[in-house]
Design a protein around this ligand. Structure first.
Ligand code: UDP
Length: 474
């Protein structure tokens, strides 16, 4: 196979959620296991996307499919390939769906021909594997063009769009026009929130499923404070001199250890152990506004506190479907270079090792747990898994009042929302407020964790997907 790659998925018993869900929620979830096994017997639930690591979709698939397999359902994950031109165009579509210009390029007939050409080989390899009784969930713009070819196999096709914006603009409409002909024949469209559903789609095919996180993954599993310190020290992110073991539990239950160093892109030392930490963890993407995160911190937070800022993202070569990462990291580095010397030592640009995805996740986990305030100052956001991850760790958050973040953070209760995502002062002041009012910060963190437990863990997503698929196939 030259184009498509099977992503190995673990197997994990969904019964483990008994320890985190309340009784009624667990009962709803467990009643699904037997039913789903019978209903989906002999059927494969295919998930198709364009990267096995980096970003929210990969993160979610890995977890949800592991539990689906643990429940006896033949859920699979396939990654398509594409050339540089393909990913440049699909990144443009992604940006446009968020209402942003991206690289400013066209979406015309040449782009269409290129997009279809790149998908043709993937379709050719996938089609013989799919049977009429199967279900195929195509994720995001990269795979939309596979709909018609796969539909011809007789399978049930769901197109799952993870991005969107609250008030569409011309750029978003342009991206819809590009994609609409491809998804027309899908049996269902799934969006993360109602406002993201496109105009002119058949309303009866639209379903809303909010994303979710995995409470037990290396990204979110419980971690002792000493382990947090050891992991951050071992990867040279926060210096602690800790001699405990930097260990975590892998997805299959086996032991893991953090061995690889984070690359401090500013070339500076790790943050000292004694200071408050403010952090944003995300891909190197302009819509995550790393420069705004730095400037607002330098302007409003640093002068009134001794906090350090860690802007962390993946090692840039690692995210295959994101060609802009290296440019955005360079821009952030240039912003850092322009800072006065006393600020340079307070702001850290960190590229987390991606050689081992679970090691990377454990580092993110430790960093989020160590943070006094977690920031997600995105300019656009489909959902913001990082928000749910921070909330689950009972951390106080400051995030932009946009997209799916609004469904997670109840302003003033489970974190603070910044009304204008471009307003650096509003963002900086909110961070400072949480650093200074520790009691309020702790209260919000606890409320945040409660909210994730009730709304944003995997079982809720699995129940919704199973319900949707059942409706489509029966
Ligand atoms: N992430 C990660 N390692 C990194 C940077 C990000 O594992 O170095 C994860 C992050 O923890 C989150 C996901 O990537 O789980 C990003 O998802 P989100 O919905 O926040 O944003 P997206 O990348 O999908 O736009």
């Amino acid at each position: 196979m030259d184009h498509i790659t099977d992503v190995p998925i673990g197997v994990m018993a969904p019964q483990r959620f008994e320890s985190v869900l309340d009784e009624a929620a667990y009962e709803r979830f467990s009643s699904l296991f037997e039913h789903a096994r019978k209903l989906f017997e002999g059927r494969v639930i295919w998930n198709v996307n364009s990267t096995a690591s980096g970003g929210g979709v990969a993160e979610m698939l890995r977890s949800l499919l592991t539990y689906a397999r643990g429940a006896g359902v033949d859920a699979r994950w396939v990654v398509i390939d594409g050339n540089q031109d393909f990913f440049r165009v699909t990144k443009r579509i992604h940006n446009n769906l968020h209402g942003a210009t991206g690289d400013g390029g066209f979406l015309g007939e040449p782009e269409r021909a290129m997009y279809e050409g790149a998908l043709a080989g993937n379709a050719e390899e996938l089609i013989p594997l799919i049977r009429p009784e199967d279900i195929v969930i195509l994720h995001d713009p990269q795979t939309a063009g596979l709909t018609e070819g796969l539909k011809a196999t007789g399978a049930t096709i769901i197109w799952r769009c993870h991005v969107g914006l609250d008030t569409p603009n011309d750029l978003a409409r342009r991206a819809w026009s590009f994609l609409r002909p491809y998804i027309r024949t899908a049996d269902a469209y799934v969006f993360s929130r109602k406002a993201f559903a496109w105009e002119d789609l058949d309303d009866s095919k639209i379903y809303i499923i909010a994303p979710s996180i995995d409470a037990f993954s290396p990204k979110n599993q419980e971690m002792e404070t000493t382990t947090v310190a050891s992991i951050l020290d071992a990867t040279h992110l926060v210096e602690d001199g800790s001699h405990e073991h930097p260990v975590f539990i892998r997805e299959d239950g086996s032991p893991g250890r953090v061995d690889r160093a984070t690359q401090m892109f500013d070339g500076g030392p790790p943050a000292p152990s004694s200071v408050p930490i403010v952090t944003q963890v995300s891909r190197w993407d302009r819509l995550k506004d790393p420069i705004g995160v730095i400037e607002g911190f330098v302007r409003r937070v640093a002068p009134h506190s001794d906090a350090h800022l860690i802007v962390a993202g993946p090692a840039v070569a690692a995210v295959s479907d994101d060609p802009e990462g290296a440019d955005v990291l360079r821009e952030a580095f240039e912003a850092w270079q322009g800072l006065p010397d006393d600020m340079k030592s307070r702001v850290h640009l960190a590229c987390l090792p991606m050689d081992d995805g679970q090691e990377n996740a454990a580092i993110v986990n430790a960093l989020q747990r160590r943070a006094d305030v977690i920031v997600q100052k995105s300019l656009a956001e489909g959902f913001g898994l990082t928000v749910a991850e921070g909330m689950w760790k009972a951390r106080p958050l400051v995030a932009s009042r946009i997209g799916g973040i609004q469904d997670q953070i109840v302003d003033g209760v489970t974190g603070l929302l910044v009304d204008d995502p471009e307003d650096l002062d509003e963002y900086g002041d909110a961070v400072l407020k949480l650093l200074q009012d520790k009691a309020a910060a702790q209260r919000m963190g606890e409320e945040a964790q409660r909210r994730v437990r009730e709304e944003f863990l995997g079982p809720r997503s699995l129940i919704q997907y199973a319900g949707l698929i059942e409706k489509l196939i029966t």
